[in-house]
Design a protein around this ligand. Sequence first.
Ligand code: ADP
Ligand code: MG
Length: 700
Amino acid sequence: MAAERRKPAARPRRAAATAKPELPGIGGAAADRLAKLGIRRRFDLVLHLPLRYDDETRLCPLGEAQPGAELLVQGEVIECDIRYRPKRQLVCRIRDGSGELTLRFLNFYGSQVKTLAVGNPVRVYGAVRLGHFGPEMVHPRYRVLDADAPVAEALTPVYPTTAGLGQDSLRRMIARALAGESLAETLPRPLLDALGLPDFEAAVRLLHNPPPDVARATLQGRTHPAWRRMKFDELLAQQLSMRVHYRRRRAAGAPVLAARGQLVDALLKRLPFRLTRAQNAVLAQIRADLGEAHPMQRLLQGDVGSGKTVVAALAAVQCVENGYQAAVMAPTEILAEQHYRKFADWLGPLGIPVAWLSGGLKSSVKKQELAHVSGGEARVVVGTHALFEEAVVFSRLGLAIIDEQHRFGVHQRLALRQKGTQSTRGLQPHQLMMSATPIPRTLAMSYYADLDVSVIDELPPGRTPVATRLVSEERRDEVIQRVRDACIAGRQAYWVCPLIEESEKLQLQTALDTHAHLQQTFPELRVGLVHGRMKSAEKQAVMAAFKAGEVQLLVATTVIEVGVDVPNASLMVIEHAERMGLSQLHQLRGRVGRGAAESTCVLLYQAPLSALAKERLKVIYEQTDGFEIARQDLNLRGPGELLGARQSGVPMLRFADLAVDLDLLDAARDAAEQLLREQPEAAKAHLARWLGGRNEYLKV
Ligand code: ADP
Ligand code: MG
């Protein structure tokens, strides 16, 4: 969506108008600091809302200053010394008729010693705590002021800021923006009335300059109607921009891949199982989408093991039935390879040739596969990132299936789409994205509002739940013993090495060491090793040996996180589980419990655990439902980590909190559709106000 362009003559080049900062009267250094806060236009200052409010409207007598409270007090300086124990600091005491208070400054300037000279009257704002010598404030704000100077009439806003930018200068800049910018209403009155929301102008003015009588708790807690208005506006801008992108992509043409049925039915008949109710439901949606003349943009979500692959295969078959090619892209070699095998098993007998493309192929083989793809003999192409390399030319790409979509960047998906468009003279391929990282409904509604979302919300029957054990690293030997017993009894096990984010090299070394050590400990077992740095042929050989039961214990880095499917493996040990994300642990755990045997996942942790780590391990210990885990993860850590690569493109919410503002999100979603349909001008004005030129983020 373009920036609003009311006067085209005055702004001949939109790129120039949106690229350079629009902060009149604010110079280089300050502009840089503002940019750090995300403030690029003067209007962004209007939208830079307080983090909290200080109450400087009432003076508290020193004798009543209770520890724990943030208070405004005043008194006369009766003592001011630089002390050296335990370290250099300025310690000052003030007194009024009712009591005394210590002020402590661990960093201070010489000028402060002068202002706080004995006998001066000072007014101080800060949090009171109990020090060694009674109540004190550490690093309070203070001013030299006569005792009868008036107190503030209203709450004092405190803004998010950055080094070198003080509250006072920020306040001045915001005040100027409030005076200079148009705060006219962008939204229809009936909509606001229905939601009980105030005018935009009234809301921003109140939040920047709260009147004396407003209840502080409703501002701090962001429940005041003015806050709700800003949250709603923010959510609405997000919904609008995503729906605009959705509509724009939908306007393109796509090949009609009608549900003919012959091959799809043949595959359904050949499967060794019946689809679950949930699989059937999403399949019906996908089959209908494919039959339309505009591109499908569907995200298929389903917990680990819910059976997304077969749904994808059935979609691919419908594409093939219509004379088009389908591409299946997966983020890791192991996963792509596994898909390839499954697709070849299912589709081969139907006479559908499946090609395989990965970075690790020998160049002669690769050349041959590429020729099959461009010549059209290959009807389905499975591969890794290699699929969008330049050398890959499709003959007629009708459907792109992207597994673990959050692992791919926007550009990678765009590249695949462009290849499709080139191969079909301008028609865009349908897109089916899949994700086994379930995200809560609120997040999906918010961050995937530019997609249609289907959910497989049940697991195939007959799965035994995985028992999870939390075990301290100190009991590692017992765990090793247990692994041995299980393997000797004919079961198979994974041993997952710790994630070492700081150093890939160290991570690799740890994996090598662990493998050597376990092989030495278990001379009677075959211990395999798989890690991300291995050549793909080596990886394949190890995985095949594990699948065939020749290797009993597989030491692995987190490369096995996604998709690996070996039903006989029923024990998993994860080292340093406290370092891993919850969804990652859930994915890893999903590698066991795929067969009929009772499965166990042992989470080894290094004590002592931080409070957050304890909370998180408790979640994974107690919950088996990926959606519930994701919901609790969201509460513990916020949305950033759950969204993966995609998040870079989507603006994060600053004001709205998806954990509490669900009603506003619902309302914003409905309002976005309605505005785009009935009042596109209002939608445009709203987007310009909230996103300005920054709305070019989601192109795929
Ligand atoms: P995911 O959704 O994690 O990608 P998969 O597609 O790998 O899950 O499916 C997990 C396992 O369940 C596979 O072995 C698959 O063949 C099997 N499966 C899929 N659908 C069903 C079903 N309806 N009934 C029984 N087993 C199924
Ligand atoms: Mg899968």
